[in-house]
Design a protein around this ligand. Structure first.
Ligand code: GAR
Length: 201
C-alpha cells in the first residue's frame, strides 16, 4: 500500500487534538493524512483549523435527517466517498451510530480526559470530568484512549497515561495539564493503529 492511510477526524469543539494529529501527519510522524473533518457543531473551532489546513469539512447533524436510517446512510456514504480507513474521535461528543461502528470496528478510536470506566459515561466529558475528579479528591487522573464500541466510553482500552492532580488545581488548570498529555499520547496511538492497519490490509 503506497497511498497514505486516510483519516477522518470528528470534533465538537476547539480541535486542539485535531491540530496535534494534523501536525504529526504533516511532520511524517504518522504515515497518514487527515482527509475529512466532521463536526456536529457548525461553530466548532476545529472546523476552522481544518479549513486553514486545506482539509474538507462537513457539519453533520442527525436531527436534520428525516430518520436515523437516512442519517446513518449519509454518514456511511460520506466515509466511503472519502475512502476513510480510520475514524478518530477527538472531542466529539455524540454517539456513533451502530452501523458505522460495525463497519469500522477496530478502526474507530476515542480519547477521554479521565480514567475509565470511573469517570466516563454519558454526560461525562470535557470540564465535567475534571470537576468530578477534583471534587472526589482524586490524587491522579488519566488520559484514556480506547476503541469505540456501541456503549459510550466502553470499548477496549488501548492506552492510559496517569497525570497527577495537584492540591489547588482548578478544573481549567487540570484540563490544560491533561490536554498537553493528550497531544502527545493520541498521535502515538494513532501511529500504532495506522501501522497495524497497514499490516492487516
Ligand atoms: C479533550 O480533552 C478530549 O479528551 C475531550 O474533549 C476535549 C476536546 O478538546 N473528550 C471528551 O470529553 C470525550 N468524552 P479539543 O477539541 O481541544 O481536542
Amino acid at each position: 500500500m503506497n497511498e497514505k492511510v486516510r483519516l477522518a477526524v470528528f470534533v465538537s469543539g476547539g480541535g486542539s487534538n485535531l491540530q496535534s494529529i494534523m501536525d504529526n501527519c504533516s511532520a511524517g510522524n504518522i504515515d497518514a493524512e487527515v482527509v475529512l473533518v466532521l463536526s456536529n457543531k457548525k461553530k466548532a473551532y476545529g472546523l476552522v483549523r481544518a479549513s486553514e489546513a486545506g482539509i474538507d469539512t462537513v457539519v453533520y447533524k442527525r436531527k436534520k435527517f428525516s430518520n436515523g436510517n437516512e442519517a446513518d446512510e449519509f454518514l456511511l456514504n460520506l466515509l466511503d466517498e472519502y475512502r476513510i480507513d480510520i475514524i478518530v474521535l477527538a472531542g466529539y461528543l455524540k454517539m456513533i451510530a451502530p452501523p458505522v461502528i460495525d463497519k469500522y470496528r477496530g478502526r474507530i478510536v476515542n480519547i477521554h480526559p479521565g480514567t475509565l470506566p470511573k469517570y466516563g459515561g454519558k454526560g461525562m466529558f470535557g470540564s465535567r470530568v475534571h470537576k468530578a475528579v477534583i471534587e472526589a479528591g482524586e490524587k491522579e487522573t488519566a488520559v484514556t484512549i480506547h476503541y469505540v464500541d456501541e456503549i459510550y466510553d466502553h470499548g477496549q482500552i488501548m492506552a492510559e497515561r496517569k497525570i497527577p492532580v495537584l492540591p489547588d488545581d482548578t478544573p481549567d488548570e487540570l484540563a490544560a495539564r491533561v490536554l498537553k498529555v493528550e497531544h502527545e499520547l493520541y498521535p502515538e496511538v494513532i501511529k500504532f493503529l495506522v501501522e497495524k492497519y497497514r499490516k492487516e490490509s
